[in-house]
Design a protein around this ligand. Sequence first.
Ligand code: PGA
Length: 246
Amino acid sequence: MVNKIIIANWKMHKSDKEAAELSKSVSDRANDMGVDVVLCPSSVSLKSVSENVKGKVKVGAQDIFYEDEGAFTGEISAVMIKDFAEYCMIGHSERRQYFNETDENVNKKIKKALEHGLIPIVCVGETLEEKDSGKSKEVVERMLKKGLEGIDITKVIVAYEPVWGLSTSGTGQVITTESIVDIHTDIKKFLKKEFDTETSLCYGGSVNPKNAQEILSLECVDGALVGGASLKVESFIEIVKITDSI
Ligand code: PGA
């Protein structure tokens, strides 16, 4: 059986010192469990986090640019990332929402990540408005079709994250287990139809120690992308432990 994967998205949190400390505490407690753990700190802490993890605990970046180098002020390339990280998140909803990330750019970034041996964690998910107008499936399928065009999807991890279900969304809405099963089943079917193969599918959106057991026990959930609850060692380790016991 393949291990489930728990990915920590620290977003724009933690100083370099805090990131180093947190990664060491997580790694000391999670490196020999039967769970793959990926810590995604801000880019400035990739080096220190990479120096503090071992065993099953790996490092991921939160984004990359789709060129190797050049006049792209403020951007960071896969070439720079790969010295410190094995994974790279691409297309997170906050990048799509605040930084004009498009499906076309997502596609270029995934190709670039793969070219340099990084494992892309490709995020898809609909907004509240899209959900309320009955467009969830259509939006997610468009993101998958365009984002993954021309890609060997067995080499990527897909994460379904409904924007309205994130802990910071302010909508007060929480997804039900039934809805996770429905949409994950749809996504898996869609990927099989479009790409004739399968890939790992994680769930993200307010995963915490209270709901981890229910969500991660689902057969259609291969892992979780955790934001808020990954910022403290106790809550994150609790999620990893629960996953390990499933
Ligand atoms: P959350 O964030 O766990 O705080 O909802 C998840 C994410 O945005 O990746």
